[in-house]
Design a protein around this ligand. Structure first.
Ligand SMILES: [Zn+2]
Length: 113
């Protein structure tokens, strides 16, 4: 029987550092918990990003308002076709605000003429 070397090499799933397996199961460089399968760690670390993306998936109200105000009808139509629900609502409000400003401007112009 030969003595078998029992040095276990582990590749850190976070920083890719190759090091010996530690008793505390932590990477000596970045301190993250060991993962014997380097392909599992990235998938796990993607989960929070996916959750954030899903949370932000409703759209951006301020962006919609800006598009509706600045681009007017084209901004509104673009948002209605391409944008998320919250962005659409913002675009409609922005467009209505622009319409209101336009009406006021016309009334002022008529009053001054
Ligand atoms: Zn590491």
């Amino acid at each position: 029987m030969q003595a078998v070397s029992v040095v276990d090499w582990v590749v850190c799933g976070s920083c890719q550092l190759k090091h010996t397996a530690r008793e505390d199961q932590r990477c000596p460089r970045c301190g993250s918990a060991e993962n014997p399968n380097p392909f599992e760690a990235p998938a796990a670390s993607l989960m929070p990003k996916i959750a954030v993306a899903a949370h932000a998936g409703e759209g951006r109200y301020g962006l919609g308002v800006a598009l509706g105000l600045v681009l007017g009808l084209w901004g509104l139509l673009g948002c209605l076709v391409f944008a998320k629900p919250v962005t659409k609502r913002g675009a409609i409000h922005g467009f209505l605000g622009r319409l209101g400003l336009t009406v006021i401007a016309v009334l002022v112009a008529l009053a001054l003429s």
